[in-house]
Design a protein around this ligand. Sequence first.
Ligand SMILES: Nc1ncnc2c1ncn2[C@@H]1O[C@H](COP(=O)(O)OP(=O)(O)O)[C@@H](O)[C@H]1O
Ligand SMILES: [Mg+2]
Length: 373
Amino acid sequence: MEHSVIKTQETPMVELKNIYKSFGDVRVLKGISAEIDKGELITFVGPSGCGKTTLLRIVGGFTKSDSGRVVLDGEDISGLPPNMRDTKMVFQSYALFPHMTVAKNIGFGLKLEKWPKKKIDTRVEELLSLVHMEGLGDRTIDRISGGQQQRVALARALALEPKVLLLDEPLSNLDANLRVVMREEIKRIQRRLQVTTIFVTHDQYEAMSISDRLLVLHDGVIQQIGSPIEIYEQPANEFIAGFVGYVNFLEGTIDAIDKEARTLAVSTEYGKLEITLEQDDIKAGDEVLLILRPETLSLSPSHGAERQNTFHGTVESHMYAGNLAKYTVKIEDRMVIVDQYNPRDSDHFKERDNVAVTVPRNIHVLKRGARKE
Ligand SMILES: Nc1ncnc2c1ncn2[C@@H]1O[C@H](COP(=O)(O)OP(=O)(O)O)[C@@H](O)[C@H]1O
Ligand SMILES: [Mg+2]
């Protein structure tokens, strides 16, 4: 903030400042810096082994970073043990006490804090209702379902109203249907309490659907922090572009830029394209990578005529799935995937048909220097 005279932003709930962590020779986190806003649900997401749990444990105080700081609501908590931090972690295993009742599990922390029994009972009732488990307080943990155990773990973590809730792959032990139900539940509870939440998952789709923002980790560094829409529509690099959904990558070179009209002229191996200028750090001669999402491309019968932003190819294969028709189109020597939603309203094509593939103007452009293997 040293550049701004007036600080208008609210203090972030969590600031991660240049965090490094190695295990032996393995450098897991290489300088992680991020700010997490009050009340948001942010997800640490990335492939298995990329350091999500390690980073979460550093926030919760269960793992010590080699260097860097964790600041909670303006206070440096880097040196504090977990129980002295205003954070609560739900472990992947839930770590519930199996022979104790649901109510005892939820009230455990309150008892440690020496709350009077009456007050504990009232709070536990409140929490049971919050997680939709009214009337189940007397059951023991080994007599409730996996989804219910997840609810109990959540209620127990929320009992003392932590400033930050830390959830490590909370849905990984549940079957697919229950995972979707519990995802909605976590989101509902988080919204209702406005509790700042860090959610960890390796599942891109889960991350996209639950988060206000995603923090994508790979190779020990943050690849991008952004809302689901930003991650999908303005990926920062090739790794992020391929992170959710399919992309057709198309290499090109910038021929010309018209800053007035906000357009770029790009040469590609298929031909020339005119596209909307999004970013200002691009200049003529730059090598770029165009991100063509299958659902943004459209197909029409090819009459061989030259049209703006249209390439000619032949249908290699197609698949009809009712709400979607998926085509593989061969242009020059490469395959491009085109998805037609609402295929009922569009032309149908079969193998070896000649087609025109039209590319929209508003596609995302990556500088090829920014490309990551
Ligand atoms: N206590 C530990 N001792 C040694 N290596 C560890 C330890 N914890 C994690 N690692 C290693 O650090 C890397 C990141 O682990 P982790 O943070 O658990 O990844 P993620 O949660 O993203 O799957 C992995 O290579 C893992 O084997
Ligand atoms: Mg993990």
